[in-house]
Design a protein around this ligand. Structure first.
Ligand code: URA
Ligand code: CA
Length: 441
């Protein structure tokens, strides 16, 4: 087999065989196929696509490039959840404790934030002492003892994805449904859970900006999961504005704690409960979505989920007193209000810009190596559809550096669109994809 023939075949729009895909991925990871040939194949995939069978074969080839986590010592159906990335999306910190409090173990590997999106690991590490670098033994012990643990991707998990993602980033080949679906699903399959609930974001803060593309990505990922023998479903949710009000690491942890203490409702809580109910259902821990929803709400309202988060923080070396006293979390030196200079309805919010504004405060990374400041970020005070008067506070920006404030405030201002017309309300949860098909709400 020759790499060039595989590139030509895809360039001509033909489907690649499983053997061809394996040959290419193995060759790329072991160095016998160079970057320029891998780049050419990625571009051909971007232009001509892949069918579901090819995308599944690509995913399996990527999974096989590294280790697969063995969670079999945990004797239960393990459930994982993955969000395709967003702004102010702190659902993992709420959902994992809810599901664990309902008796279903959550063994989760999370990522770091990059660009305008946040990452669960960075948020958790804003809790003093919290460790995300548990060894595999410690990870499994933590799940056995507390019912949940969240750590960073360990060891040699899907090396093919690390190489391909770096190449995609610099060759204009990131936004291709088969490439995104195989990248995400290879990591989920290698992470070893039995059941997976995917939260596919749609809108101006998401990878997929249109509803059509978001459902197409969700369908592709569910198909891959089924072919890999996993129980899997996807929920498509709105990312046309940040999900919660807080954007920034300790600020988002505070918001998640407030939800778990029943001090705060809104879209973050709504999506969290919806995902938790679907995780219980997908793990077969309840007989209907309605029952799952009831169990999830009970776990939240009774405080059991908050206690679970406390157990997790404790097991992972963190100071669980932050639950009683969130002021123990890192706080920024300055909190400065951004005010509206006109009146009207908040007609739309450019979510990417809100994420970038938070990044400028120091909460995010432009490059992988960048250091983040856990204390900084912003808290929005208005959402789409709200009325603002001139002088009303749109957001509070938390900074340790006043120069960063100026720039972050300017970007935040440019993200908020105000109009005299009330915008059409949009649904928060747009639909689901299961093995039984697509449901649009
Ligand atoms: N997240 C991933 O892990 N991979 C992609 O390709 C896109 C989002
Ligand atoms: Ca049950």
């Amino acid at each position: 087999m020759r790499a060039v023939d595989i590139i030509l075949k895809k360039r001509h729009g033909e489907a690649l065989s499983g053997n061809e895909i394996n040959f290419f991925i193995e060759g790329y990871v072991n160095g016998s196929i160079p970057d320029y040939q891998a780049s050419a194949l990625l571009m051909a995939i971007c232009c001509n696509g892949m069918d579901s069978r090819e995308t599944s074969d690509l995913t399996s080839a990527m999974v096989k490039s590294g280790d697969i986590v063995d969670l079999s010592p945990i004797k239960a159906v393990k459930v994982d959840k993955h969000s395709t990335g967003g702004v102010g999306d702190t659902t993992t910190l709420i959902v994992a404790p809810i599901v664990a409090a309902c008796g279903v173990p959550v063994a989760k590997m999370s990522g770091r934030g990059l660009g305008h999106t946040g990452g669960t690991l960075d948020k958790l590490e804003s809790i003093p002492g919290f460790r995300t670098d548990l060894s595999m033994e410690e990870f499994i012990q933590a799940v056995q003892a507390a019912g949940l643990a969240v750590i960073g991707q360990t060891g040699n998990l899907v090396p093919a994805d690390k190489l391909l993602y770096t190449l995609r980033d610099v060759t204009g080949t990131v936004d291709s449904i088969p490439l995104i679906a195989s990248s995400i699903m290879s990591k989920k399959v290698a992470a070893g859970s039995d059941a997976i609930v995917l939260d596919v974001k749609t809108g101006n803060g998401a990878f997929m900006q249109t509803t059509e593309d978001s459902f197409a990505l969700a369908e592709e990922m569910v198909e891959i999961g089924i072919r890999a023998g996993k129980r899997v479903m996807a929920v498509v949710t709105d990312m046309d504005q940040p999900l919660g009000m807080a954007v920034g690491n300790s600020l988002e942890v505070k918001e998640a704690i407030a939800v778990l203490k029943n001090e705060l409702s809104g879209p973050l809580k709504e999506v969290s409960l919806y995902l938790a109910a679907n995780m219980l259902l997908t793990a077969d821990a309840c007989s209907s979505f309605e029952e799952g929803m009831k169990e999830a709400k009970d776990a939240l309202e009774s405080g059991k989920a908050l206690n679970k988060l406390g157990e997790m923080i404790n097991r992972q070396g963190g100071n669980k007193a932050v639950l009683e006293n969130p002021d123990l979390l890192p706080a920024a030196e300055h909190v400065i209000s951004v005010r509206s200079d006109t009146e009207g309805y908040i007609s739309s919010i450019d979510t990417q810009k809100v994420g970038i504004s938070s990044l400028i405060t120091g909460a995010g990374r432009s490059k992988k190596e960048d250091k983040i400041d856990p204390a900084v970020g912003l808290v929005m005070k208005k959402r789409v559809g709200d009325i603002t008067k001139k002088g009303d506070i749109l957001a509070e920006i938390h900074v340790n550096n006043l120069k960063a404030y100026e720039e972050a405030a300017a970007v935040f201002h440019s993200a908020i669109h105000i109009s005299e017309h009330k915008p059409e309300p949009k649904p928060l949860i747009l639909g689901t994809v299961t093995r039984d098909g697509v449901k649009r709400f």
